[in-house]
Design a protein around this ligand. Sequence first.
Ligand SMILES: [Zn+2]
Length: 161
Amino acid sequence: MGKISLQIRTTLEAIEELYTNHPDYTFLLKLKCTSCGEVSDKWHDVIESQTYPGKTGKSENNYIAKCKLCGRENCLDIVQGSNGKYTSDDQGSFKTIVTFDCRGIEPVEFSPSEGWIAKAEESGKVFDNINLTEKEWVEYDEKSQQSVGVYEFESMFISVK
Ligand SMILES: [Zn+2]
């Protein structure tokens, strides 16, 4: 049991802020079962606006699955209101953009995929549905007549209380 935050660090070119289109953003995660240590090689979708009924039928979870190896039922939720933005002032350091409530599993890898939104610094133009699968993105902002971009995208997980 515990909470784990996803942190990102990236270089922004003429971009004021970068964020996901939560609650509909798909966090692509690789998950590890904490009872037996099994890491699935598949990517799992975790979306805040999507929930599944738990085993008791009383609760709903953003992700629920039985471990293939030990058979334990594990679940994971996105902590409501934990979504954050990465801004130009955050450059150079890691910043939490979401926190997961983990029961029996923990995320070990994250793939950024599509659904990112970036706001240009000068023109204020909002670029949406950005695909960061390649961990970078570049576009030309016609309003301010300069190129904008996201580079050197990195991510990590940290345990939080
Ligand atoms: Zn297991």
